[in-house]
Design a protein around this ligand. Structure first.
Ligand code: WTA
Length: 652
């Protein structure tokens, strides 16, 4: 299907859903006037920052946008993110409230109240200090979904040491690459964790990555699975041993609003991941405010976000935005089908979850498994549903609405990115009329539009953000040039280029269509075609390769690769499997090509650039369009025939 056809299919969906009266009555945002208030950008955010954040010292100026694309927010304001997530709740009546309830895959439950989470965070902050970590030092975190991940992040924030969390599913070399780029010499990891009942040996994987780390001082190891691990004398320390001796008092560091809070690496269109820099005042104000209005957090709510802390969603909407609001959240370690396909619904029933935030890929998986699983559970505690990570097709939206939300819960389809720090396009559940498949409108104060190549407003084109917002990335770590080129050079340097295609309908609703660059979203995980290609050419049998995303019913997209073999290598089924596994080892199992073909050559433009658009069309069984600009048009047809003959059906 061409993107035009995709749009047409999306727009065939014409049902709309108004906020239920009961919901709207008590919603944190229920007056459309909030959009008018947002027109005064600085006044709007000044009020939100006062209302939602505790400052040690108030800012002098809300925004400095005199040097675009470099923005500064809340100039000279002083605050601490961990103070806002913890300390202030000890004084406002939430001391004994559950902050984080963790469920391990084996069924264990641990609840941290705001007080006990505070205790752990202060102790770990002192552990870091004891190891010589100072304000400004970067700390790497390579942890799965265990509560210690949140503890480490908040402890780093407490002492002003930016964290850089690396998704535990990423490979050892991905860890090393990020640590080297961030110049992090301390890493927090664990012995192992559970996935579908098996122990994943995470420490061995960590050690493999650490071999490539240029400057390494300390490794802190959380004991989760009690598997046998190798501990290197002098370098490796057990978390529980360090914590046993740690002092529980740790004053939060006074941070400037523009001090870096964390670094988060994300895939871009060249091989090297980009270190997205988020600062303290703007990010925290943005994450906290969007959480409050979009998730409509209330004192008694139990909120569950199923994302991993290794991604931006886990940063903004598991840790910072949620805890700063003093909410109660659930964190789950494992797989949705372990021990049975009922696991998510059991968790919702057990903790009486009110707000569920998950990804379209998960929803499509549940749909495939069948409605009988959710239907055999009482999900009536749910009052609001959320979706993030990729476009949600109207059919999955309707299924989510009906079978999980009982036909009554509003759905917030939230579009945003690692770079935006928080949600940009989303309904406000007490105000917005929903259209299944559309992320609806920009958050108050934001100006989002769909622009054509020349920057003119269009019905169909590129998604752009035309005004600064507090949660925006400030730069790419040690690479301001790439920051300017990637996001602020397509039109002018005050218009943010998101890299997504979108459509605007006659009511001004935004329909996000997916990436227009060489980035793909696999099960909501962001990967670059280059990550996959570099892993393939790393193999001795491969001369050249090109990876593209192929549409998949459940995962959104899956990687598919074209491989040109080295002259000495022979194509075979075994080699195919070996290459697929090689990518899995080097990048991550999520990056493993669903399939690949051996190609004699790749279609190239006359200037020698691989035509990925064409390769994508071929892999998806779509029309190739115009091939006249190719230097070697015959190869396109040859590949098309090959893909059809070998029944390369990655999507099935
Ligand atoms: C995609 C995840 C459509 C999009 C928060 C974006 C979405 C990329 C949506 C960022 C949505 C995220 N509808 N597409 N609601 N949410 N995306 O940085 O392509 O991991 O550019 O941030 O995910 O992925 P990232």
């Amino acid at each position: 299907m061409s993107s035009k056809e995709v749009i047409d299919v999306l727009l065939e969906e014409d049902r709309t859903f108004s906020p239920p009266e009961e919901f709207a009555k008590d919603a944190n945002a229920n007056d459309p006037k909030i959009y008018e208030e947002g027109e005064d950008l600085e006044a709007f955010w000044a009020e939100r920052a006062e209302e939602n954040i505790d400052w040690f010292e108030k800012w002098d100026e809300v925004l400095d946008w005199s040097n675009p694309p470099y923005a500064e927010w809340f100039i000279n304001g002083k605050l601490n993110a961990s103070y806002n997530c913890l300390d202030r709740h000890l004084k406002n009546g939430r001391k004994n409230k559950a902050a984080l309830t963790w469920e391990g895959e084996l069924g264990e439950t641990v609840t941290y109240t705001y007080q006990t989470l505070y205790n752990e965070v202060c102790k770990f902050a002192n552990v870091l200090k004891g190891l010589g970590v100072e304000k400004g030092d970067r700390v790497a975190v390579y942890l799965p979904m265990i509560p210690e991940a949140a503890v480490v992040m908040l402890a780093c924030a407490r002492i002003g040491a930016p964290h850089t969390v690396v998704f535990a599913g990423f490979s050892p070399s991905a860890l090393a690459e990020r640590m080297n780029d961030a110049e992090a010499s301390v890493v927090v990891t664990c012995d192992g964790y559970y996935r579908r009942g098996n122990v994943i040996d995470h420490k061995t994987k960590t050690d493999k990555g650490l071999e490539e780390v240029e400057k390494l001082d300390d490794v802190i190891v959380v004991q989760r699975a009690e598997n046998d691990v190798n501990m290197e004398e002098g370098r490796d320390h057990w978390w529980h041993e360090l914590m046993a001796d740690a002092d529980r008092d740790c004053e939060p560091e006074v941070m400037d609003a523009e001090d870096m809070l964390f670094l988060m690496y994300t895939s871009g269109t060249t091989g090297k991941p980009k270190g997205v820099v988020h600062t303290t005042g703007g990010y925290l104000t943005y994450a906290t405010t969007t959480s409050k209005y979009i998730f409509d957090l209330k004192e008694d709510d139990t909120y569950w976000c199923t994302a991993d802390v290794g991604w931006i969603t886990g940063h903004s909407y598991i840790v910072y935005g949620i805890l700063a609001n003093g909410a109660s959240m659930v964190m789950y370690e494992g797989a949705p089908n372990y021990p049975t396909k009922n696991r998510f619904w059991e968790i919702i029933e057990k903790y009486q979850v009110n707000i569920l935030y998950t990804a379209p890929t998960a929803i499509r998986l549940f749909m495939k498994w069948g409605a009988e699983y959710p239907e055999s559970h009482d999900l009536s505690s749910l009052r609001l549903l959320g979706s993030v990570g990729e476009p949600i097709n109207p059919r999955a939206w309707m299924w989510y609405h009906e079978h999980i939300g009982g036909g009554e819960c509003p759905i917030v389809d939230t579009w945003w990115q690692t770079e935006t720090g928080g949600i940009i396009v989303s309904p406000l559940p007490g105000i917005t009329e929903l259209k299944p498949g559309s992320a609806t409108n920009a958050f108050p104060s934001l100006e989002v539009d769909v622009l054509d190549e020349d920057g003119n407003p269009a019905d169909s084109g590129y998604l752009a953000i035309k005004r600064p917002w507090p949660g925006m990335l400030r730069t790419l770590y040690n690479n301001p040039e790439r920051f300017e080129n990637t996001y602020w050079s397509k039109w002018d340097n005050t218009t943010y280029f998101a890299g997504d295609g979108a459509k605007k309908d006659e009511d001004g609703y935004i329909w996000v269509l997916g990436r227009v660059d060489d980035v793909m979203n696999v099960s909501g995980h962001r990967l670059s075609t280059v990550d996959i290609e570099s892993a393939l050419v790393d193999h001795e049998s491969v001369a050249e390769s090109a990876a593209v995303g192929v549409k998949h019913d459940v995962k959104g997209h899956v990687p598919f690769a074209y491989v040109i073999l080295d002259d000495k290598a022979e194509p075979s089924e075994e080699l195919k499997q070996e290459l697929r596994n090689h990518v899995s080892d080097i990048v991550s199992p999520i990056a493993k090509p669903a399939d690949l073909v051996f190609a004699p050559d790749l279609p190239k433009t006359r200037s020698g650039k691989i035509m990925r658009r064409l390769l994508k069309a071929i892999a998806n069984g779509e029309d190739m369009g115009n091939t006249s600009t190719l230097a070697n048009p015959e190869i396109a047809e040859e590949l098309q025939a090959k893909v059809a003959k070998e029944e390369v059906a990655a999507t099935k």
